[in-house]
Design a protein around this ligand. Structure first.
Ligand SMILES: Nc1nc2c(ncn2[C@@H]2O[C@H](COP(=O)(O)OP(=O)(O)OP(=O)(O)O)[C@@H](O)[C@H]2O)c(=O)[nH]1
Length: 906
């Protein structure tokens, strides 16, 4: 039953009624009684085709077909179970020329004939095994009968009409893929198997000659195409209801032959056995596809290809690169077509340890360029937002030029009177109001001298002055170096001279405190001349003005000199130009926000201007002049506090007005982002020497600190000073330095670094911060005087330094005689010639002026008694611990070791 198809199924597939099917079947001489009647597949197909096309081969040769078909069918059913591979193959080969024959043979080749009708086929099988003429003949005749039965030519004509007929089960691509296995593996329950092969055949017919490879490669797709229903019913015919177009457009000629062979289930055999070729070809073509890319196996193709391309890229010789100023190792490597490790190893070879994320310095870039033979051009990363350069490039209209007041910076050694002098000049006693009388932040003031203005900038130190210059804020026109007449040139004075000279500004030396009795003008002049600061009256070019900040002596003289210098400098600027200035001080004021003290260098700064100060920007909300009075604008070389910036700018930032706030914002934010990125990626690289030094220790000890200060100037000064307090053993490591109060985040930061202390200058922790610091055990030290802060840090560093062991000689004795005591050793009979000899103390034996031994005295006797010490002029017996080579004439020097604490200043 399983290989039969019922009438109603045929009706369903053919789109007709069961009675139509029965009637049509009758035309074909197939007797069917009811919708439940069953027919063979072949008949079912015939009927279905007949219904759909109105044609059938059976119309002509009804009876023989019917009989033979049935016979053949049975044979197939029963013999497939034991089909042998050898036979199948043999026969396929034999029948390649004539497919029909092949079909027959295979069909017949089943070894176990069950019914009498099948006997000829069995004969053939036997004949194959043991060829006998007779049997062969029989076989031949059997073949002929079969061939005739099938009526090949007629079926050929039908081919096109068969399209659209599909057998559900065939849609199992797996089976199509491995035809041999299917055919050669006998499986019990053969009907199913038979169904499969049959359906395959049908499928192939209907699907044009869609290569098996395709079926294989898209098994799922294929499955989808088929409407599989009633799976238990394995033998259902499924007629695809294709549109007429589909039918008419199909190519049937090739299919025809195969459709033809299907009844015997051999068409697919032959086909499938032929198919492997295309399959193989397909496989080959798959593997040969990569051949187009270089004959590589597909799996390896990608990687290799990539590599190959990469290599090709590398081969392109790069002779010059343009890189941004801030360039990381890997970026440089990329630009040069090298690997990061190549770059790292070159630098490593030169003793520089870098990681691929480190920024390269100018010298490193030069080395790398030379090493790789590449010309390296450095491009400014902030090129597009270099507002200072842009300003400089703008057209200058000299017609509006006017003489501008000079900007003077006063520098000098601590306590030589800078602030006092400035105060005197301004006729205001601000020094007394300052904590400790020390200048702790940069401030700027403008004074009037006989109708001519002079702007003074008071700095907390020359380091801050240079830091400002390095940021491009070259505001100073003239430098005054203050030297106390009674103190002369001091270390800081020397540093100031270097900074002043480096700036290229004209220098005037103010010899202060000439009111003092101990004042010695000539001494100062001589000391300065030694440092290439020769006074004009000594034939040099430096003016020396004697002044007293205390009583005002020489002040006018000094101011006049400044004006003369200024005149010589021909300082000019355009008050109508777009404003440019410099930030000399900045702070965050509660209730007012960021406040910047600005000196105007060109143009006029007005309320409402959109300004950029490096990484900050804003619209000027208000201006207060140097006397604290609100003003609408600041003129050339004038100074004042400006409100309206979005953040606290750094001291030394150049201020330039922009046409719009948007423009200002864009420049500042881009610069801020860049600065932030730079800060985050700050290199931690150390040289090999430094590394080995670090390893050889824990010698290097660091005191991690966080500095918080009220204003930027003080912060700079403290940071600069702290970083200088270091020797080969200890140093300060500034983890974080910022303007503003101490916050909880500072505590978190401090907690993250062992031993970190927070140094606050003119700031104090409040409420929660204070209690959290206590709870977290974070030390916060606050100061109002910079020196106190520095002293504390020095003390802390000194405490970290190793103690020094000092030797102190106690006395000397001369060996006058030696005695050997058996089992004890040599006793030196000595006379103490200096100081005293101490028992248990250290001693060295000096022979002919050379130290021959250093050890400990084990026994000291005066006559026969042990003595603690023996004083000068007395005789004694001395024995050494494990040393007996003492000779007459040797000197024994005794000493003690004293451990001493050292301070950072030592
Ligand atoms: N006799 C005398 N004392 C002076 C004179 N100028 C300054 N002093 C004193 O010297 C000390 C230091 O003066 P400052 O003006 O604070 O010195 P400074 O160089 O500004 O010091 P720092 O701000 O700490 O760098 C003060 O006690 C002043 O009173 C002077 O012309 N004559």
């Amino acid at each position: 039953m399983s290989d039969k198809v019922r009438v109603y199924e045929i009706a369903e597939e053919a789109g007709a009624s069961s009675s139509d099917v029965i009637a049509k079947a009758k035309d074909l001489n197939i007797e069917l009684k009811s919708a439940q009647s069953a027919v063979s597949y072949e008949d079912a197909e015939e009927i279905a085709n007949y219904i759909m096309t109105g044609k059938s081969s059976k119309l002509q040769k009804k009876e023989p077909v019917k009989v033979k078909k049935a016979a053949v069918k049975k044979v197939i059913e029963e013999t497939k179970v034991e089909a042998t591979e050898t036979k199948v193959e043999e026969k396929v080969v034999d029948t390649k020329v004539e497919k029909k024959t092949t079909v027959k043979k295979v069909g017949i080749s089943k070894p176990k004939p069950v019914e009498t009708e099948v006997s000829p086929k069995e004969d053939i099988v036997e004949a194959k095994k043991a060829p006998e003429e007779k049997v062969e003949k029989e076989a031949e005749s059997a073949k002929k009968v079969d061939d005739a039965d099938l009526e090949v030519p007629k079926i050929k004509k039908i081919i096109p009409k068969r399209r659209g007929l599909k057998i559900v089960k065939k849609k199992k691509p797996r089976e199509v893929e491995a035809p041999k296995v299917e055919f050669n593996t006998p499986v019990a329950g053969a009907p199913k198997k038979q169904m499969k092969s049959l359906s395959e055949i049908l499928g192939n017919n209907n699907e044009e000659k869609k290569d098996l490879a395709e079926v294989k490669s898209k098994p799922k797709k294929e499955k989808k195409k088929t409407n599989v229903r009633a799976q238990d019913h394995g033998k259902r015919l499924d007629v695809h209801r294709k549109t007429p177009d589909e039918f008419s457009n199909s190519t049937d000629s090739i299919l025809g032959e195969e459709v033809f062979l299907l009844d015997l289930g051999l068409a697919d055999k032959s086909k499938l056995l032929e198919e492997p070729k295309p399959q193989n070809q397909n496989k080959q073509s798959r593997s040969s596809r990569p051949a187009a890319f270089g004959n590589r196996p597909q799996g390896l193709k990608r990687g290799k290809r990539k590599k190959r391309f990469k290599r090709a890229e590398e081969e392109v010789e790069i002779t010059d690169v343009t890189i941004p100023e801030e360039c990381r190792v890997y970026e440089f490597a990329e630009a040069c077509g090298k690997t990061a490790s190549e770059v790292i190893s070159v630098l490593f070879g030169l003793g520089m340890l870098v990681t691929k994320n480190d920024f390269l310095k100018q010298d490193e870039l030069e080395i790398l360029g030379e090493e790789f033979g590449i010309e390296v051009t450095v491009r400014d990363a902030l090129e597009d937002v270099n507002y200072v350069e842009e300003y400089a490039d703008e057209d200058i209209d000299e017609t509006n030029y006017v003489t501008r007041p000079p900007v003077v910076t006063i520098m000098g050694h601590v306590d030589h009177g800078k602030t006092s002098l400035l105060d005197k000049i301004r006729s205001a006693k601000v020094a007394s109001g300052e904590a400790g009388g020390i200048t702790q932040h940069i401030s700027a003031y403008t004074v009037d001298q006989n109708g001519q203005k002079i702007t003074f900038v008071d700095t907390p130190g020359h380091a801050a002055f240079s830091a400002m210059r390095s940021r491009g804020a070259d505001v100073t026109d003239i430098i005054i170096i203050v030297v106390a007449a009674d103190d002369g040139v001091k270390p800081q004075t020397e540093e100031v001279i270097s900074h002043a000279k480096a700036s290229g500004c004209p220098i005037i030396v103010a010899v202060n405190k000439i009111d003092k009795e101990s004042a010695n003008m000539d001494m100062v002049k001589a000391q300065m001349a030694e440092r290439e600061m020769t006074p004009v009256d000594w034939g040099g070019d430096v003016e020396f003005i004697g002044v007293s900040a205390l009583n005002g002596t020489g002040i006018d003289d000094l101011l006049e000199n400044i004006l003369i210098q200024s005149e010589m400098l021909e300082l000019k600027a355009d008050p109508t130009a777009k404003v440019k200035g410099a930030v000399v001080e900045s702070l965050l004021e509660k209730g007012r926000g960021p406040v910047a003290t600005i000196i105007v260098q060109n143009g006029t700064l007005k309320v409402g201007d959109n300004i950029v100060c490096d990484t900050t920007y804003g619209r000027v909300k208000a201006i207060t002049n140097d006397q604290g009075k609100p003003v609408k604008e600041l003129g050339l070389s004038e100074t004042g506090n400006v409100l309206g910036l979005n953040d606290v700018p750094v001291s030394g930032a150049v201020m330039v007005a922009q046409d719009s706030e948007k423009e200002a914002r864009e420049i500042a934010t881009t610069r801020a982002e860049h600065a932030r990125a730079k800060e985050l990626s700050k290199s931690t690289k150390v040289t090999l020497e430094e590394m080995s030094g670090l390893i050889a220790e824990g010698k290097i000890k660091q005191l991690p600190v966080i500095i918080k200060a009220d204003v930027g100037g003080s912060l700079e000064a403290i940071k600069g000073s702290l970083e200088k307090i270091a020797n080969e053993e200890v140093k300060v490591k500034v983890i974080h330095a910022a303007v503003g109060g101490i916050t909880e985040s500072d505590l978190v930061l401090a907690g993250a670094s062992e031993g970190c202390i927070i140094l606050g200058f003119n700031v104090r922790p409040t409420g929660s911060v204070k209690s959290k610091a206590k709870a977290d055990g974070v030390t916060i030290n606050t100061y109002t005087i910079i020196y106190d802060l520095l002293d504390d840090v020095k003390d802390a560093l000194s405490g970290m330094m190793s103690a020094v062991i000092r030797e102190e000689n106690t006395g000397q004795a001369e060996v006058r005689d030696t005695f050997v005591v058996p089992k004890v050793g040599t006793v030196a009979g000595c006379l103490v010639t200096d100081g005293k000899v101490i028992r248990g103390g250290h001693a060295r034996i000096i022979r002919d002026g050379v130290v021959t031994y250093t050890g400990k005295i084990s026994s000291l006797k005066r006559f026969k008694d042990d003595a603690k010490e023996v004083a000068n002029g007395y005789e004694c017996g001395i024995m050494f611990d494990k040393f007996n080579d003492i000779k007459v004439g040797d000197f024994i020097e005794t000493f003690i070791q004293i451990e001493e604490k050292v301070s950072i200043d030592d």
